[in-house]
Design a protein around this ligand. Structure first.
Ligand code: FAD
Length: 559
């Protein structure tokens, strides 16, 4: 283990072992800080084991586990407090030392140090600090208390961040419970999309016009819309910071900010998206291109990809495959088209009950399944896709695949402004109780939709069930009561296995199958024309006319 000395009283390193303790004691170290979460890799010494052995060497050990991408001001404050309370040299460790030196640098920024000088110092020690200033700009501003002087634009008793499926629906549901409630929605977009319709555009069944409406037309009457984006959460002050630099203060906050489609995580993808046969139903406006490609392909190779979980609508990558296969089968050219599905996961679908039906369609379309393969690079002009996978020897290997058409489902993560905020968990998602949907640390904050860390399928169907839970529990809070509504993890995924039929997956937390309809009417694990009719006609109507208007038919939560 190499010790990197940052200054006379602070050093960092990669993973510590028991054998390293005597040398650290000799170097005068009195405090050890473990920034690597226990169990990150197999065989890693546990924190408790190191703490017990270090005590015998006269050193105190503190456990402050972080993930580099989600370091926030609370982590830095805790790290700074440990530095301040030590009566001797401090050594911190993680996997490589990067997390520890990042926390130390941010603690110095809090005391007025220059980020550029700190980045240069860390770079000289061999750490990649190239994006330090931009990556942690919001955290630094919060640490320096830059927002203390930010002008207050408005006080909003009830503030909702995000005007997507969750934000609009919960505002409408709250107004049904309490007409006249003062609600403000912060949302930067001019358009509101019905995203479940994107798959149907890619399959030639819907047009673009069916899935979009002006944002102004879906904001409930009486709700104030602030057309801006939030860049930072300040929950200790009950404020959010906007792109303009102004603040909004609130008494209660609901966050439904969706997730980030991380196109940039795949080398070369952004440059070629929408050209060279590269498409994605996940990008508004691009699903049309999917259908153009499907219609234009008469022979060659069509490649479909799925990134690591979590993603929104986990079935959408394979839905694109099935509808394409369905068209090629109907138009008689399937025999000349090779279909490949490269899936970073290990199974076709996370809930086993639906897999046999899906597998039959994989066979019908003669699609080749490649599990454990993650798209890392796209060379559009040369029509090459590169996948990383773990080979038989356990090493990461790469394989290059030629394509005529490539449908990409992008990697997905929590939005940046949430990931580095005190509202996030270690993985960057909003940290809420999975049943009450109330934030685990801030009692006046609730979250719903794709941005939270609840372990359900990220779908509009899940949002539909979450909305009454948040509305009930927040309404109870307004009356100084504790709400008792609970979200059971319901999510649904209508898998469009062919034009005219759907396998309707419906399940709760833990993958427990939970059909809405009696099986004589609709057996979810069997391809059904009724489910297709619902997807085409009923569900969009339910979305626009019931869900976004606060009508909660069939969504009453458990108490
Ligand atoms: P969104 O509806 O994405 O809304 C988030 C909102 O937050 C957006 O309006 C955004 O502009 C706003 N926002 C972002 N950043 C900020 C900021 N900084 N400040 C303020 N506001 C911000 N679900 C199903 O149930 N069935 C399906 O068949 C289905 N198919 C799908 C197919 C595809 C291709 C896709 C992409 C999604 C599909 N979904 C499906 C998933 C479903 O659309 C989402 O789960 C749902 O829209 C999540 O709602 P949300 O409110 O959490 O996020």
């Amino acid at each position: 283990m190499e010790i990197k000395r940052v200054n006379d009283s602070f050093s960092v390193s990669g993973q510590l072992t028991l054998a390293d303790l005597p040398a650290l004691q000799t170097a005068g170290v009195k405090t050890l800080i473990g920034n690597r979460p226990d169990g990150e890799v197999a065989g890693q010494p546990a924190h408790a084991e190191l703490a017990a052995a270090a005590a015998a060497h006269g050193m105190a050990v503190y456990y402050l586990p972080v993930v580099h991408d989600t370091i926030n001001s609370v982590d830095v404050e805790q790290f700074a407090a440990l530095l301040a309370s030590s009566n001797g040299a401090v050594h911190a460790w993680c996997r490589s030392g990067l997390r520890s030196v990042t926390l130390w640098s941010l603690a110095q920024v809090k005391q007025g140090a220059d980020p550029a000088a700190l980045a240069a110092q860390a770079s000289a020690l061999g750490f990649d600090f190239t994006s330090f200033a931009t990556r942690f700009a919001g955290v630094m501003a919060e640490l320096r208390d830059v927002f203390a002087t930010a002008p207050l634009r408005a006080h909003c008793p009830l503030l909702i961040v995000g005007g997507g499926a969750g934000g609009i629906s919960v505002a409408a549901s709250l107004l049904r419970r309490q007409p006249g409630l003062a609600i403000t929605i912060v949302e930067p977009a001019e358009q509101h999309y019905y995203q479940p319709g994107f798959t149907m555009i890619g399959g030639g069944t819907f047009t673009d016009r069916q899935v979009v409406r002006p944002m102004a037309s879906v904001i409930p009457k009486g709700v104030q819309w602030i057309k801006a984006a939030v860049v930072h959460f300040l929950p200790q002050r009950n404020q959010v910071v906007l792109t303009s630099g102004e603040c909004l203060s609130y008494e209660r906050l609901i966050v439904s900010a969706g997730l980030k489609l991380n196109w940039g995580a795949v080398e070369g993808l952004q440059e070629t998206l929408g050209r060279n046969g590269v498409t994605s139903n996940y990008q508004p406006g691009l699903a049309r291109y999917t259908w153009e490609l499907v219609q234009g392909l008469r022979k060659g190779r069509a490649v479909f990809t799925q990134p690591p979980m979590p993603i929104k609508c986990a079935g959408a990558p394979q839905k694109a495959l099935y509808l394409s296969g369905s068209h090629w089968l109907r138009s008689g050219c399937l025999g000349d088209i090779d279909i490949d599905f490269y899936n970073a996961g290990a199974v076709l679908f996370g809930v086993g009950a639906y897999v046999p039906a899906l597998q039959r369609y994989i066979e019908r379309y003669r699609a080749n399944l490649h599990f454990g393969h993650n798209l890392v690079k796209v060379d559009g002009p040369n029509r090459l896709a590169t996948f990383a996978y773990t080979d038989a020897a356990g090493a990461i290997a790469r394989t290059e695949v030629r394509f005529d058409m490539l449908h990409v489902c992008p990697p997905q993560c929590a939005p940046d402004f949430l990931r580095n905020s005190p509202l996030a968990d270690r993985a960057g998602w909003m940290d809420v109780d999975q049943h009450s949907l109330r934030h685990k640390r801030y009692a006046n904050i609730w979250g719903l939709g794709d941005c939270t860390n609840t372990p359900n399928a990220k779908t509009a169907a899940a949002v539909r069930k979450q909305v009454p839970v948040v509305a009930d529990n927040l309404s109870a809070d307004l009356r100084q009561r504790t709400g008792s509504s609970r979200y059971d993890g319901y999510g649904s995924c209508p898998l469009t296995v062919e034009h005219g039929r759907i396998v309707l997956a419906e399940f709760l937390y833990g993958g427990k199958v939970a059909p809405t309809f009696p099986t004589w009417l609709l057996e979810g694990s069997r391809p059904s024309w009724l489910a297709w009719a619902m997807k085409c006609y009923l569900l969009p109507w339910v979305y626009w006319h019931l869900m976004l208007k606060g009508n909660e038919t069939l969504t009453a939560p458990e108490a």
